[in-house]
Design a protein around this ligand. Structure first.
Ligand code: FAD
Ligand code: NAP
Length: 451
C-alpha cells in the first residue's frame, strides 16, 4: 500500500471552503501514533495528519526502549506501522521541533498541534560521585543496546566484574537481563553488531539490583520479574532477611512478586557464570572513586510512620566498577511550550495545553505506564481537540513542506524509513543473525535510505 507515503501537493496558504482538519503530531512513539489513529477514527471531518519525528525512524521507545529480547512486545510496531500507512497520515522523519520548526511555524500551518515527545532523559539521584565515569544513566545504557543514534556503539565496555543497578522497576529488570544474558542468547536480536561484540567481551560476574524499599514496594511486574529467575546464565539470589514482608493486604500482582522473591531466597546457587543479587531496603548514598567508579556506598533503610524512606545509619559498600542508575525517565521542556518543573510534564486539561495546542503520552502524564496506556490517553486528547475545533474556520497561512524546503530541511519519508528497515533486514541476513540488525548511527541510516 502506498498510503502514508503519499506525496501530498503543497497547499496554498488559505483555502476557502476546505473543511479538512490538519493536525501536526510531534513525536512518532506510541502516543503520537495512537493520536494519529484516534484522529482518523474519531473525526467527523476529513483529516490530514503529519507526524513529525526528530529521528529518521518511527516508533519511539518501541524501537529504542523495549528490550531487544522482548520480540513479542516489539511486534506492536506492526500495529503502529498500519497507522502510518493510513492515507490520512504522513511520516516526516528527521524534523525536530525547536530546531527545524517552531511552535509558531506549526500553528500557522496546521489547525492544531499535539506534542508527544515522551521522556528522554534520566532522573538524577543527587548523590556524590554521580557524574564519575562508570556511573551510567539507564537512559544511555538502554539507548546503547537498542542502537539509538544518540549513543555511539563504542560508548560502553563491560570491563568490571561487579555492577550495581539502582532501582527495582521494569527498566532495571531489562538492564539486568541484558547484563546477565550471554551474547549467544542475544545474537538473534536486533542489537547493533558492535554492541553484541562488547556484550560478548563482558567481564561481568556479579550484578547487584538495589531497591530502596521492600519487595512489596518494588515497581517491576510479575511476568518481567519471573523472567529473571529463568536466566540460563545467572544464579538469582535474595537474602531471606530482605525478602521478609510483614502483614499488609497487598494487591495480587504484589503478592505474586513477594512469592517469587521468597522462593528465590530459598534457592541454592547452581554455579552459573553470573550471579544476580536482588537487594532491598538499601539506598545509595555515594558513588565512590577518584577517576572512575570504584564502589557504591549504601545505607540500610526503613520507612517512617508516614511511609517515607529513612536511613538507619547502617552502611555497606559494594566493590562495583559500574553503577547503572535506573530510577526513572523524565521529559524535557520544548521551546515555547508550557512546562511544569514540578511534575516535569506539560500542564494540560484532558490533553489541552492552550488554544490549538495539545499533549499526549509520557509528556502529558509522566514516565509511567505500558505501551497500551498511551492509547486511551491519546483518545482523551483527541476527544478534547475535536470538541474544541468543531466548526472552526480553517485559515492556514503557511505550508510546512514549503517552509522546510526553504530551510534546506529534507524530511525522511515513510518510503525512506522502509529502505532503512530493509537494510537492517539485509544486515541481519548477512551476519547470520536474526530477522534484522540495527544499523550503527545516523549516517549509516541515511546512507541506507539515500544511497
Ligand atoms: C527502557 C524502556 C522499556 C520499555 N519497555 C516496555 C515494554 O516492554 N512494554 C510496554 O508496554 N512498555 C514499555 N515501556 C513503556 C513505553 O515504551 C512507553 O509507555 C511509551 O513509549 C511512551 O510513549 P510516548 O510516545 O509518550 O514516548 P516515546 O515512545 O518516547 O516517543 C516519543 C518520540 O518523540 C520523539 N521526539 C522527542 N523530541 C522531539 C522533538 N523535539 N521533535 C520531534 N520529535 C521528538 C522521540 O524521538 C520519540 O520517537 C518501556 C519504556 C522504557 C523507557
Ligand atoms: N516490560 C514492560 O512492560 C516494561 C519494561 C520497561 C518499562 N516499562 C514501564 O515503563 C515505565 C518506567 O519504568 P522505570 O523502571 O523507568 O520506572 P519506575 O517503574 O518508576 O521505577 C523506578 C525505580 O527507581 C526507584 N527510585 C527512584 N528514585 C530513586 C532514588 N533516588 N534512589 C533509589 N531508587 C530510586 C524507584 O523506587 P521507589 O518506588 O522507592 O520510588 C523504583 O524502584 C514503567 O511504567 C514501567 O512499567 C514496562
Amino acid at each position: 500500500m502506498q498510503a502514508g507515503r503519499r506525496a501530498r501537493a503543497a497547499r496554498s496558504p488559505s483555502q476557502g471552503g476546505d473543511v479538512t482538519l490538519r493536525v501536526a503530531v510531534i513525536g512518532s512513539g506510541p502516543a503520537g501514533i495512537y493520536t494519529a489513529e484516534a484522529l482518523v477514527k474519531q473525526s467527523a471531518e476529513p483529516v490530514e495528519i503529519d507526524v513529525l519525528e526528530r529521528l529518521p525512524t518511527p516508533y519511539g521507545l518501541v524501537r529504542y526502549g523495549v528490550a531487544p529480547d522482548h520480540t513479542s512486545i516489539k511486534s506492536i510496531a506492526g500495529y503502529l506501522r498500519r497507522v502510518l500507512e493510513l492515507p490520512q497520515v504522513r511520516f516526516l522523519g528527521g524534523v525536530t521541533l525547536g530546531v527545524d520548526v517552531s511552535v509558531s511555524d506549526l500553528l500557522s500551518a496546521y489547525d492544531a498541534v499535539v506534542y508527544a515527545t515522551g521522556a528522554m532523559v534520566d532522573r538524577r539521584l543527587g548523590i556524590p560521585g554521580e557524574d564519575l565515569p562508570g556511573s551510567v544513566a539507564a537512559t544511555d545504557f538502554v539507548n546503547w543496546y537498542c542502537g539509538h543514534p544518540d549513543v555511539d556503539a563504542g560508548r560502553f565496555s563491560l570491563d568490571s566484574p561487579e555492577v550495581a543497578v539502582i532501582g527495582v522497576g521494569n527498566v532495571a529488570v531489562d538492564v539486568v537481563r541484558i547484563l546477565a544474558k550471554t551474547a549467544a542468547e542475544l545474537s538473534a536480536t536486533d542489537v547493533p553488531h558492535e554492541v553484541l561484540e562488547r556484550l560478548r567481551a563482558s567481564r561481568v560476574e556479579a550484578i547487584h539490583m538495589i531497591g530502596r524499599r521492600g519487595p512489596e514496594h518494588a515497581k517491576f511486574t510479575l511476568k518481567e520479574l519471573r523472567e529473571l529467575g529463568e536466566l540460563a546464565n545467572a544464579d538469582v539470589c535474595v537474602r531471606p532477611e530482605e525478602a521478609v514482608v510483614l502483614g499488609g493486604d497487598h494487591p495480587r500482582q504484589v503478592r505474586g512478586n513477594i512469592e517469587v522473591l521468597r522462593s528465590w531466597s530459598e534457592r541454592v546457587p547452581q554455579g552459573r557464570p553470573r550471579r544476580l543479587d536482588v537487594r532491598f531496603w538499601l539506598r545509595p548514598v555515594e558513588i565512590l572513586g577518584t577517576d572512575r567508579v570504584e564502589g557504591l556506598r549504601l545505607e540500610r533503610t526503613r520507612l517512617t510512620p508516614e511511609g517515607r524512606v529513612q536511613g538507619t545509619g547502617e552502611f555497606e559498600t559494594l566493590p562495583v566498577g559500574m553503577v547503572l542508575r535506573s530510577v526513572g525517565y523524565q521529559s524535557v521542556p520544548l521551546a515555547d511550550v508550557p512546562f511544569s518543573m514540578e511534575t516535569m510534564t506539560v500542564p494540560n486539561e484532558a490533553g489541552r495545553v492552550r488554544e490549538r495546542e495539545y499533549v499526549a503520552g509520557w509528556l502529558k502524564r509522566g514516565p509511567t505506564g505500558v505501551i497500551g496506556t498511551n492509547k486511551s490517553d491519546a483518545a482523551e486528547t483527541v476527544r478534547t481537540l475535536l470538541a474544541d475545533l468543531a466548526g472552526r474556520e480553517h485559515e492556514l497561512k503557511t505550508d510546512l513542506d514549503t517552509l522546510l524546503a526553504e530551510r534546506g530541511v529534507r524530511p525522511v519519508t515513510y518510503q525512506e524509513w522502509l529502505a532503512i528497515e530493509a537494510a537492517e533486514a539485509e544486515l541481519g541476513r548477512a551476519l547470520g543473525r536474526g530477522e534484522r540488525v540495527k544499523l550503527p548511527g545516523l549516517e549509516a541510516m541515511l546512507r541506507a535510505c539515500r544511497p
